[in-house]
Ligand binder design. Sequence first.
Ligand code: TYM
Length: 326
Amino acid sequence: MKKILTGLQPTGVITLGNYIGAIKQMVKYQDQYDSYLFVADLHAITIPQDKEQLSKNTRDLLALYLACGVDPKKNKIYIQSENEYHTNISWLLECNTYYGELSRMTQFKDKSRKNANFTTGLLTYPVLMAADILAYDVDYVPVGIDQKQHVELARDIAERFNKKYGETFKLPEALISSEGTKIMDLVTPDKKMSKSSESQKGVIRLLDDEKTIRKKIMGATTDSETVIKYDPENKPGISNLINIYISFTGKTIKEVEEEFAQKTYGEFKTKVADVVIEEISQIQKRYNEIINNNELDKILDEGREFTRKIAKKKYEDMKYKMGFRR
Ligand code: TYM
């Protein structure tokens, strides 16, 4: 059975972009693939985090995974920092990765530009991500397009390691759904919808209440035309809403354009808000049941034990091949 794996950072309540780009895909494929889903808490500390908030966000995210329909019977669910082999593997990979490669990563360039006082963790972040993936011989990595470059780097590192030390890793591939490629900020649709966005108006969070979600969608930036047509270049706002709509309804772009051919932007936005609210309110209902339930701890304990065994084996194989022997 092929394997899929993904992780999300617990850096705040996840957005509609995270949900569509990563979680929805995990739910979609969980019957078909051997599935691994974790909380990337070690990645979160590449930028400063409040300790209390970090642990709360971690638990919230795990509860949201389940509330979104991730089935613990079909997925290994775990916390990255509870499996020390990820960081052990990461170091061995770091010594097979070039500074030039890491400094060329788009995300590193963006983030380091915003804050000149960045940590080396921000630079080596993609190597830890490569370790997360390569430890399990994963076939596919469901992510949004912003993470594609990192998955490709993981593949390059794996290929290099295999050549140098002998066949060790499977080469992973990013799995990107066409509609979930990149959900944009509702107010500034030329920017990605992001957890860390300063303005809250353009970002829908999975725990926003119904009224807030509706207000944000109704207030989305559009254009001065009246046509509901998919054209990301000239109509980024409307195209973004179409992307959101199709990921919630399973319709095609053509079907959506036909459905709203004679409708106003207001009518279209109302419909987008309806489908988003319907699905998110179900998620929130389940989230509230799960968050105080100690079943979550049992799932995490099992996930930790299972994944530690696999990652340990990979780490030992790497060490042996690299010459760490008595
Ligand atoms: P993170 O926490 O930034 O984002 C989690 C997932 O959400 C996707 N995403 C989006 N997709 C569509 N539209 C958007 N606006 C949008 N914003 C975010 C991201 O592409 C991602 O799939 N480095 C990763 C976490 C990670 C990881 C891994 C992922 C650590 N190790 C191993 C896969 C495999 C990250 O920071 O994701």
